[in-house]
Design a protein around this ligand. Sequence first.
Ligand code: CAA
Ligand code: FAD
Length: 384
Amino acid sequence: SSIEGLNFNLTEEHLAVKEAAREFAQTELLPTAIERDTHSKFPKEEVKKMGELGFLGMMVSPEYGGGGMDTVSYVLAMEEISKVDASASVVMSVNNSLVCWGLETFGTEEQKQKYLTRLASGEIIGSFCLSEPEAGSDATSQRTTAFDKGDHYLLNGTKNWITNGGTSSVSLVVAQTNVELKHKGINCLIVEKGWDGFVVGKKEDKMGIRSSDTHSLMFTDVKVPKENRIGEDGFGFKFAMTTLNGGRIGIAAQALGIAAGAYELALKYSKERKAFGKSISEHQAIQFKLAEMATKIEAARLLVYKAARLKDEHKDFVQAAAMAKLFASEVAMWATTEAVQIHGGYGYVKEYHVERLMRDAKITQIYEGTSEIQKLVIAREMLK
Ligand code: CAA
Ligand code: FAD
């Protein structure tokens, strides 16, 4: 993909969205972020507020109760919220770019009326279920089955690592219908919490994004009506891949936000902390760290905006999204580690936030396709 015709000029509306997200994050998320992280407490009230502010269905058309905004607005909001709390922003990312986008783009009118309107307003939240205990990167190796029983599918299997697993009311579940057809025999089904045979497994005790709820989901003979299939028979894998292309822009923006949040904290601290008779920001070694952080973060930001712009302009953004996600997540891990270093011992304790950002950064190199998988996607695009 080229950068031809790209224009990063942000409009007044874009800046207003960014400011609203920043305000929300600083006032509503920051004061409770450490406590929620410590106790793995889901941000229930905060997510409700995010829905009220329109952050859970940002790109959904107003016709279905969404904000009707572009992807650039979405990444600006993701960055600001992720600067403070990546647990809250992953809830937002999954609901916006995987669940709502997937339903709006490929769902039937009935499915949109029934599910999308409530998901876009945040009345309910959704989850996206592709990964399994034995199918992560190797996503075509689906073991979950959805056999055709005439008017319904019979769903059996286990999904692993499902973000919003405990709190979502609606799950988009990928499953194998026709084993012989391999990835062309996979479907994605809309499954409601509470249907017979649907069990939520235990909550994972994680290194980072601890206040997001990650669960395995178990399905035993769950009857899913045919009208809950998304797209044509056999479209499920393509659905998942196409949806993830856009999802990766959201996670890239999350990684960018984590890195930028750590940088903001490190810059502020470096001006306050004195050592050897001056602020540590006056030591060139610290200046060089900050300079390198700012440069890499800016580069990540350009890749994220580029991917978002390409998507908004309906151009091919697959490689751009993978590059943005790969680069921004590597920058996030590196920059948060540097931020802890700049804080010295204070960086190693919870009070200063940067150790949490460092733990949170790690997941951005893993989910929605590991860094290795992003390289594979980038290489395939360049070689095709
Ligand atoms: N966009 C559109 N279609 C794609 C695609 C893409 N980026 N990548 C693959 N496909 C299509 C291919 O075109 C092919 O379809 P056709 O045969 O019809 O052309 C089909 O998918 C299979 O592709 P491959 O033969 O390339 O399959 P593969 O097994 O060699 O590799 C892969 C595919 C790229 C590695 C893929 O399995 C993958 O992306 N793995 C990572 C899975 C992942 O990202 N999981 C995230 C789970 S959600 C999540 O994590 C949410 C969260 O944390 C918050
Ligand atoms: P594996 O695929 O087993 O990978 C192990 C290692 O091998 C990795 O380093 C990987 O990069 C490498 N590797 C694998 N294949 C190759 C290859 N071909 N070339 C080079 N290296 C390779 N999934 C969902 O469906 N929905 C969710 O909401 C969701 N949320 C998540 C939340 C959390 C907190 C976590 C931890 C995971 C979540 N996931 C979710 C799952 C996530 O997408 C997978 O963990 C990820 O895709 C990697 O799969 P895996 O864990 O099975 O690792």
